[in-house]
Design a protein around this ligand. Structure first.
Ligand code: ATP
Length: 677
């Protein structure tokens, strides 16, 4: 046993001695697998692990948790978040020579990496992030020529980044963020490198040209300079007086501004300010003249949706304290869409309510309500309207309704009769020649799309597994209900912006039944990423096409990525194809949204949901499950994750000192997969 690894504690020495004896005596004359078994037992002895419950009476380690074998050799060892503590002694990995995937991430492993890791020359995926490994990144690592994914983030590695990384010619992922690395980054000419991060280190100097293709996120909180960060001092405008030697790239750039440049900026700012004043002045003049027109129009047209611009100016004259939240632009838009009607058209027309919906307002109330544009969709524009009685509703103003009044009423009655807790209830509608309004319950937490993809920055509450799987289940139940209304009934436009959320984040499916009301110009499923491959005419959809779209939505929930996006520089790869390629390449764990990282204990369920999503996205419709089966599978996996979720919540609360693990892993692989790895 080498003595150079600084074991301080006597306990460690005892464990090492046992390890040594095991390794020396047991493997003699045994098969390779037996030697590997002994090495694994030595690993468990050395670094323990509260959840490493291997049944060692079973002679084949291939059946132990976290281990996969091929041709009777251990090829995958995955023990993420298993509570492994301490230093891995030399003598273990020297026996695991066939490993191609090693994941020990999110444990409490300390000390340097064991030098005999170099013996695992088949290693392709090495995930060690979220431990306390220290010392320099060992040179033995650079002999692992087959490495594709290397994640050493969130450790205590120190020293410089070696140019020997260039030996790892297949490297596609290199994550070194949140360590104690110092010095400059060498030029790395790794042609396959698509994921790279060195943020939160003490690195300085210019960013090598080969790495300038990565975004600034890859170099956060360092003293590096040059593209994509601010220019290095010697790249800046020649200084008017004395150069700066600051290695803070931001301040370096500023100090070098010449007097002329400063004068130019000052003059430019004054001119811009005057221009803005002029524009504001002109706009105000225009606005007040338009306001007069609006009031006149409204007097003539009592059924118009009132424009609350005046309320801004006069401070909520109808007593609606919320009116100030509405922007002039939004209200102007309301005005614009409602001034085309005639009084005669809307007179004597009423809001038609469905079922037992409380009739606490009528058309007049609705048209008087403060309104805010929520967004424009395929079928028209949606508004949030706050009625004087205090009720808030969502109003959809349909465009392109080409069918006859009778047909419209028949179809909308069918939509209104749909009644399920996971559908956004249609409360009422209004039909006139020029105006068709649908009144829905307002969903205060907006759409799943906004929740997943909007504002990912600071201050966002991470979306946990419980919430995501709950949304998946709610949405599945809503769609299953629609499908249960008849074999020809489908939604036709399942996507994350049509899954709306209640105050308690329960999912409600919206926009069902609208495709039959509008003309061909309003083609649903505009977002191609959700459209099943067999759907050529977006208006001719089927239940199995809904299942496909729902599969994409599940992938969106699991990956946090929008359905079509640029991945690894391949523009426009859609989500199912990307996930499938990741799975094929044996790095399944990387598909999961980083926010799900903290829920280690539900890894199994996450993989099950991923499998379900992949099944839903099968190319051939008859290979896809029915929505009833989809619902059942989500119910089952949520059932099994319920207890584990409570445990993991406790972990997160207790984490305190190690909270960096749950919050700041930039984009390293998420929980490992039991399915494909
Ligand atoms: N009942 C509602 N409560 C809260 N927000 C809503 C409601 N209905 C729609 N919205 C929001 O209004 C916006 C526009 O919705 P709309 O359904 O008109 O279009 P879309 O869903 O974006 O696209 P598409 O029409 O293709 O489905 C969306 O951001 C949606 O989240």
């Amino acid at each position: 046993m080498k003595s150079g690894f600084g074991f301080a504690k006597p306990l460690m020495e005892v464990l090492q001695l046992i390890t040594f004896l095991l390794l020396v005596f047991f493997p003699l004359g045994k098969s390779d697998l037996a030697a590997e078994r002994t090495a694994l037992i030595a690993l468990r002895l050395a670094v323990g692990g509260r959840s490493l419950l291997w049944n060692t009476t079973d002679q084949s380690p291939c059946r132990w948790q976290g281990i996969t074998c091929e041709n009777n050799r251990v090829t995958v060892l995955r023990l993420p978040g298993n509570g492994l503590i301490g230093q891995i002694p030399v003598g273990i990995f020297g026996n695991l020579t066939q490993l191609h995937t090693l994941s020990l991430r999110l444990n409490a492993l300390t000390g340097p990496l064991p030098s005999d890791l170099a013996a695992s020359t088949d290693l392709r995926n090495l995930y060690l992030q979220g431990n306390f490994f220290s010392g320099e990144i060992p040179s033995s690592l650079f002999g692992l020529k087959k490495l594709v994914r290397l994640n050493l983030a969130l450790n205590n590695f120190s020293g410089g980044i070696s140019p020997s990384f260039n030996n790892l010619t297949r490297l596609a992922t290199l994550y070194l963020q949140s360590n104690k690395l110092t010095g400059p980054i060498p030029e790395l000419s790794l042609t396959n490198l698509g994921q790279f991060n060195v943020s939160f280190n003490q690195l300085n100097g210019p960013i090598p040209s080969s790495l300038q293709k990565f975004k600034a996120d890859s170099f956060l909180s360092t003293s590096l300079c040059g593209s994509p960060l601010s220019p290095c001092p010697n790249e800046a405008v020649p200084p008017a007086s004395g150069g700066s030697s600051s290695n803070n790239s931001n301040s370096g750039g500023k100090k070098k501004l010449s007097g002329g440049a400063i004068a130019g900026i000052a003059i430019g700012s004054v001119v811009a300010f005057l221009l803005i004043l002029l524009i504001l002045f002109l706009l105000c003049g225009k606005k007040s003249s338009r306001k007069t027109n609006d009031i006149a129009t409204m007097k003539q047209l009592p059924s118009e949706v009132e424009i609350p611009r005046e309320k801004h100016i006069r401070g909520g004259e109808n007593g609606n304290s919320n009116s100030s939240e509405y922007s002039g632009a939004a209200t102007a838009a309301v005005s614009a869409v409602t001034t085309s009607k005639t009084a005669a058209d809307s007179k004597n027309k009423k809001l038609i309510f469905f079922g037992n919906a409380a009739r606490v307002f009528d058309l007049e109330d609705l048209l008087r309500a403060s309104a805010e544009v929520l967004g424009k969709g395929t079928f028209g524009t949606a508004y949030k309207a706050i009625l004087e009685v205090g009720t808030t509703v969502a109003v959809k103003r349909l465009k392109d309704v080409t069918i006859s009044e009778r047909e419209f009423r028949e179809k909308i009655e069918a939509v209104g009769s749909m009644n399920h807790e996971n559908l956004v209830p249609l409360r009422a509608y209004y039909y006139s020649r020029d105006e068709k309004l649908l009144v829905y319950d307002f969903m205060p937490n907006g759409s799943l799309s906004a929740l997943l993809h909007g504002n990912r920055g600071a201050g966002r509450t991470p979306l946990n597994w419980e919430t995501r799987s709950g949304i998946a289940l709610g949405a599945a139940r809503g769609i299953e209900y629609l499908h249960s209304q008849g074999s020809t009934v489908s939604h036709g436009n399942i996507k994350s912006s049509n899954i709306l959320l209640t105050k308690s984040y329960d999912a409600r499916v919206s926009d069902f039944g609208l495709a039959q009301l509008v003309g061909p110009t309003a083609t649903p499923n505009r977002v191609a990423g959700y459209r099943a491959p067999e759907v050529i005419d977006a208006r001719k959809v089927s239940q199995k096409a809904d299942v496909y779209s729902f599969g994409v939505l599940l992938l969106e929930l699991l990956t946090g990525k929008p359905p079509t996006h640029a991945i690894l520089n391949e523009e426009g790869v859609d989500l199912p194809r990307w996930v499938q390629s990741v799975v094929r390449d044996e790095w399944t764990s990387e598909v999961f949204d980083l926010e799900l990282l903290r829920y280690q204990t539900v890894e199994e369920e996450m993989v099950q949901l991923l499998q379900l999503a992949i099944d839903c996205c099968a190319q051939y419709p008859d290979k896809r499950p029915s929505m009833a089966e989809v619902t059942r599978r989500i119910e089952d996996l949520r059932q099994s994750s319920l207890g584990q979720f409570q445990d993991s919540q406790a972990d997160v609360v207790d984490e305190d000192g190690s909270s960096r693990r749950t919050n700041s892993i930039d984009s390293g692989p998420a929980p490992s997969s039991l399915m494909m790895d």
